[in-house]
Design a protein around this ligand. Structure first.
Ligand code: KIV
Ligand code: ZN
Length: 479
């Protein structure tokens, strides 16, 4: 049976851009729009043409050069805004005018100072006008989730009669709970005449951290378009994160029997491009695209990962465009990952020797936040030359044990080993490639399993595990 198709409406360039510090110029917006096209989004909301000449120009140039997706321009519910949006969309292959008007009493009373009746009329008129220009019209009752439900149904019914093709239900202030938001979509489906002729859309903000959960709840109740942004950027706490929505549907196909047209392998590049353009870094623990999303530091986890990535990863890094998982060497790491990194740096140890390296490593990792490869090499050097930890324990101001100058002569080949490992090589027969984290220089082990998640990885054990017996011992030893 065919799975229902969910339209992904990306509003990074409009709602996302409204996020403090995230404004983009025309060229940057165009570059990102091309990436969104590559990613496969269905709709790109390119801007709010009446807002500024720059926004107008951005919508105009994206409309002229990005031809596959629908290009939407935002407009308040008034003739001037709608005309300006339509003007900007003139060269679009697939234009959409997106009209919005607040419907909650709070907004009507304090912001717009109009009655419900006036609101109803204004929405109807604006949509009729937009429809006279463009066949594809979306309407958003702003602050829908805090709107009286009876009145919301009335407005939605009126704009459908006036020709809207998509009805978007914004949780503008991120106030809804998932069940509540899902029920609201269900109520509209049940009560509004003509609702089956239009697409229902979700638009959820993240003020309570529920934007993705709310969007998914909406989908389960019949919404077929999701509005979202790359990295979840947007007003205040942001919008629903596109990458999280897409991967939730992909990873949990058993719960969400829907399809999107996105190529998830482009998610990471899209996220990185946005961060580069806006200079707003992605938070390290951001789901899917954060630096730590596929990084493992705890020894027990690293041990599991080395045996089979299924133990601690629910999707492959490659499936979202991240090159490899990383085992980060820190105070929680175990011998298993440490041994692997040493091996990548060109040093194999007998078990007792490795214990020595490990003990020194733990002492050091307890003291400094990031163990660099150079620190590790120094430890290796100490073990090989029989130097005591105390002799080389001085911590340099920049976080590491003092560097090359303090190393004994034997350090030179070790240094070469680092660069060799950090280069392109894949020195380990188990197809585990070495990389030094470009951003931090921290000692990490990148693991690129060819058959990641496709089965057990017993063939990928390290050679020095030959003297291990039994899974339990291996498990403990790896910690
Ligand atoms: O959050 C919101 O209500 C909006 C509308 C303009 C769709 O962004
Ligand atoms: Zn919004």
């Amino acid at each position: 049976m065919d799975r229902p198709r969910i339209t992904i409406f990306d509003t990074t360039l409009r709602d996302g851009e409204q996020s403090p510090g995230c404004s983009m110029n025309v060229q940057e917006k165009l570059r990102l729009a091309r990436q969104l096209d590559r990613l496969g989004v269905d709709v790109i909301e390119a801007g709010f043409p009446i807002a500024s000449d720059g926004d107008f120009e951005a919508v105009q140039s994206i409309a002229a050069s990005v031809r596959r997706p629908i290009i939407a321009g935002l407009a308040r519910a008034c003739k001037g805004d709608v005309d300006r949006a339509w003007q900007a969309l003139q060269r679009a292959a697939h234009p959409r005018i997106h009209v919005f008007l607040a419907t909650s009493d709070i907004h009507l009373q304090y912001k717009l100072r109009i009655t419900r009746q006036q609101c109803l009329e204004q929405a109807r008129e604006a949509v009729s006008h937009a429809k006279s220009l463009c066949s594809d019209v979306e309407f958003s009752p702003e602050d829908a989730t805090r709107t009286d439900v009876g009145f919301l149904c009335q407005v939605v019914e009126a704009v459908i009669a006036a020709g809207t093709t998509t009805v978007n239900i914004p949780d503008t202030v991120g106030y809804s709970m998932p069940e509540e938001y899902g029920n609201l979509i269900g109520t509209l489906k049940e009560k509004v005449a003509g609702i089956d002729k239009v697409t229902i859309s979700t638009h959820c903000h993240n003020d309570l951290g529920l934007a993705v959960a709310n969007s998914l709840a909406g989908v389960q109740q019949g919404a077929r378009q999701v509005e979202c942004t790359i990295n979840g950027i947007g007003e205040r706490a942001g919008n629903a994160s596109l990458e999280e929505i897409v991967m939730a549907m992909k990873v949990r196909r058993d719960r969400y029997a829907y399809e999107t047209a996105l190529t998830s392998e482009h998610l990471f590049a899209s996220s990185q491009m946005l961060a580069e353009i806006t200079q707003v870094p992605v938070q390290p623990n951001k789901a899917i695209t954060g630096r730590n999303a596929f990084a493992h530091e705890a020894g027990i986890h690293q041990d599991g990962m080395l045996k089979n990535p299924l133990t601690y990863e629910i999707m492959t890094p490659q499936s979202v465009g991240v090159p490899d998982s990383r085992l980060v060497l820190g105070k929680h790491s175990g011998r298993h990952a440490l041994a692997l990194r040493c091996e990548q740096l060109g040093h194999q140890f007998e078990r007792r020797e490795l214990d020595d390296v490990y003990r020194r490593f733990v002492v050091l990792a307890d003291r400094i936040k990031k163990v660099q490869d150079s620190d590790l090499i120094e430890l290796i050097c100490q073990v090989k030359t029989g130097t005591t930890v105390e002799a080389t324990k001085a911590v340099s101001p920049n976080n590491g044990v003092s560097s090359a100058k303090k190393l004994p002569a034997a350090a030179v080949p070790f240094q070469r080993a680092v660069s060799a490992a950090a280069g392109a090589g894949n020195p380990h027969p188990a197809q585990i490639s070495a990389q030094i984290s470009a951003s931090t220089g921290q000692a990490t082990v990148s693991i690129g399993f060819a058959g990641h998640h496709s089965g057990p990885h017993s063939d990928r054990r390290l050679d020095h595990h030959a003297d291990h017996h039994g899974e339990q011992e291996d498990y403990l030893w790896g910690v």
